[in-house]
Design a protein around this ligand. Structure first.
Ligand code: LLP
Length: 499
C-alpha cells in the first residue's frame, strides 16, 4: 500500500471496514469464499485454491480463450430456465393450465442459447430484426417467438410475418395500423398482443404506482390519453384491433421494470390489466385469451441482494390472478412471462486479468454517509485495473449498478483491502466494481472474476477505444466451448472502409 507522508496514516487497522466503503458493504469473513446466490452452480475453488467451473480452472480458460472472457454455465442456464418454468407452471396450473415462459433474448442472445431455451420448453422474446435473425438461424419455430419494440420498422414487421411469429407485441396505435395494413396486403393475419402501461413502475425493492407514465413504451391506460374523449389509447387500440380483419388480437401485455425483488408490483399490474381485460371483453363482446406480465425478476449482484425464489413470486402472482378473476367472474386468460436476467444473469462470470494497481488517498466521506470518520484524515482507495471495462460491462456507468469480484487465480490469506475494480478505457467513470474488498496482495497477472454478468453485459458491450468484444464460453459437464467467439483486431478493422 502506498502512503502519502503529508497525510496521516489511515486510522483504521488493516482488515477493518474502510470509512470509504458504502454502508451496505461488509468486510467478508473469508475473502476466498463464494457467496452462493451470486454464482452459477458448478463454480468452486479447487484444491489448489483456484476458481474452477465444472472442474476447469480459470487459468486453463484464460490459456485457451484469453481474457476478458464471459464464462457461462450451460447446465446452470438450463436449470434456471427449467426452475422458472416449473415454478410458474405449478403455481398457475389450476388457474389457466400453466404459463408460457418467453426468455427475454435482449438480456443475452446467441444461437446456442436459443437452442437451450427451446430444448427446455421455453419460448423466445425478441426486440429487433437482428434478434429475429438469431432466432431464425437457430431454427426455433416462429410460433414460439414474440417480437417487441416501440419503433418496429416495416421490414421487421414483414420479417415477423415471414417467420409466422406467434405474437407481435404492438406498442402504439400507429404501429397497430401499420401491422394491420402490412398483414392485409400480404393476405395474412397477424397475431397481436397490445402492450399497455399500467402506471406501475417497479425497481428492485420498491414500486411506484402513478396515474400516467412518462416514458416511450406502450399504450396508456389513462382515460384522457387520446383525442377521442373518454377513451384511453389502450381502449382505442383494443377497439381498433378487434375491428381489423387482418389482426387476431390475442390479449394484453405489460412490463413494469427490471431487477425487481418483491412480487407486489407484478401483482398490482396483473390486477390492473385483469380489470381492463374484463371491461374490454364486456364492452366489445370479445375474448382476450392471453395476458403477458413481462419480465423484471431480480438477481443477486452483491451479498446484500436477496431475490425471492421463483416459486414464491409465482405463487404470489397466481394468488392475485386467481382472486381477481373470481372477483370479476371471468375465465382466467393464459398467462405468459418474459424473464431474461433471472435466467441468464447468474449463469455467467467475467474473467479479467489484473494489470496496473494504484492506491490514492481520499478525503473522509461526509459524516453520516459511511460511519463516523475523523476530520482531516484521508483514507486509501486501491484502484485495480483489469483488461476490459465499460466496453464489456457498461452497467455500472449506465445505471450505477453494483457488482462484486473475487480473486480467482488463487486463494489468499492476505488482509482485505477496499478496492475499486476499473477498466482500461479513457474515462474516469470506467468502473467495473465500485467497491469491493479484495486481498491486499492482489497483483498484476492475477485473475479476477466478476459474477452476475450474464445479462445485459455482453448484450450491451461496445468497441469503445477499439477494444475487441470478449468471447463467451459455455461450460457443460466439464468441457468448455466458445458459443460466441471474441472479436479480433481484424474484425474491428474490417468495417473501416479505408477511403
Ligand atoms: N420483457 C420486456 C418487454 C422488456 O422490455 C424486458 C427488459 C424484459 C421482458 C426482460 O426483463 P428482465 O427479466 O431481463 O429484467 N439494460 C437494463 C435492463 C433493460 C431491460 C429492458 N427490458 C439493465 O441492464 O439493467
Amino acid at each position: 500500500m502506498t502512503t502519502n507522508p503529508s497525510n496521516p496514516a489511515p486510522s483504521h487497522p488493516a482488515g477493518a471496514a474502510s470509512p470509504l466503503a458504502p454502508k451496505w458493504l461488509q468486510v467478508p469473513e473469508d475473502l476466498n469464499a463464494l457467496h452462493e446466490p451470486m454464482w452459477a452452480a458448478g463454480v468452486t475453488r479447487d484444491d489448489s485454491g483456484e476458481l474452477a467451473i465444472d472442474g476447469i480452472p480459470v487459468s486453463e480458460l484464460q490459456r485457451q480463450f484469453g481474457t476478458p472472457l464471459f464464462v457461462m454455465s450451460e447446465n446452470d442456464f438450463r436449470a434456471r430456465a427449467r426452475a422458472f418454468s416449473d415454478a410458474f407452471n405449478d403455481a398457475f396450473a389450476d388457474i389457466c393450465g400453466g404459463v408460457d415462459v418467453y426468455y427475454a433474448g435482449k438480456s443475452f442472445l446467441c444461437t446456442a442459447v436459443v437452442r437451450w431455451v427451446e430444448e427446455e420448453g421455453l419460448r423466445l422474446d425478441t426486440a429487433s430484426g437482428g434478434e429475429l435473425a438469431v432466432a431464425a438461424r437457430a431454427g426455433i419455430p416462429g410460433a414460439d417467438v414474440a417480437l417487441h419494440g416501440n419503433n418496429k420498422s416495416d421490414s421487421e414487421i414483414h420479417r415477423a410475418l415471414d417467420l409466422q411469429l406467434g405474437r407481435i407485441v404492438v406498442d402504439s396505435l400507429a404501429e397497430l395500423e401499420r401491422v394491420a395494413k402490412i398483414a392485409e396486403a400480404r393476405g395474412e393475419t397477424a397475431r397481436v398482443m397490445l402492450r399497455l402501461t399500467p402506471g406501475v413502475h417497479a425497481h428492485t425493492h420498491e414500486f411506484i404506482a402513478t396515474a400516467h407514465e412518462d416514458q416511450k413504451f406502450g399504450l396508456s391506460m389513462a382515460g384522457d390519453s387520446t383525442e377521442q374523449a373518454g377513451l384511453s389509447a389502450a381502449e382505442e387500440a383494443v377497439a381498433a384491433a378487434s375491428a381489423y380483419a387482418s389482426i387476431e388480437l390475442l390479449g394484453l401485455h405489460c412490463h413494469i421494470g427490471s431487477q425487481i425483488f418483491e412480487p407486489d408490483g407484478f401483482a398490482l399490474a396483473a390486477e390492473k390489466l385483469l380489470d381492463f381485460l374484463a371491461a374490454m371483453q364486456a364492452k366489445y363482446s370479445i375474448v382476450l385469451p392471453e395476458l403477458d406480465l413481462g419480465g423484471g425478476y431480480g438477481i443477486a449482484y452483491t451479498p446484500v441482494d436477496t431475490p425471492r425464489p421463483a416459486a414464491e413470486i409465482a405463487q404470489a402472482m397466481a394468488a392475485v390472478v386467481r382472486s381477481k378473476c373470481a372477483e370479476l367472474g371471468i375465465t382466467a386468460p393464459r398467462i405468459s412471462i418474459e424473464p431474461g436476467r433471472a435466467i441468464v444473469g447468474s449463469t455467467t462470470f467475467t474473467l479479467y486479468e489484473v494489470g496496473t494497481l494504484k492506491t490514492v488517498r481520499v478525503d473522509a466521506p461526509a459524516a453520516g454517509e459511511s460511519g463516523d470518520p475523523e476530520k482531516n484524515v484521508t483514507y486509501p482507495r486501491r484502484y485495480v485495473s483489469v483488461d476490459g471495462g465499460m466496453s464489456d460491462n457498461p452497467r455500472p456507468v449506465l445505471y450505477d449498478a453494483d457488482y462484486s469480484a473475487i480473486l480467482a487465480s488463487r486463494s489468499s490469506d492476505a488482509a482485505p483491502e477496499l478496492s475499486r475494480v476499473v477498466g482500461k478505457h479513457c474515462e474516469s467513470g470506467d468502473i467495473v466494481v465500485r467497491d469491493v474488498y479484495l486481498p491486499e496482495d492482489v497483483a498484476a497477472g492475477d485473475l479476477l472474476a466478476v459474477p452476475g454478468t450474464g445479462a445485459y453485459c455482453w448484450a450491451l458491450s461496445s468497441n469503445y477505444n477499439y477494444l475487441a468484444r470478449p468471447g463467451v464460453v459455455a461450460v457443460r459437464d466439464g468441457s468448455a466451448r466458445l458459443i460466441v467467439r471474441g472479436e479480433t483486431e481484424e474484425d474491428l478493422l474490417n468495417r473501416d472502409m479505408g477511403v
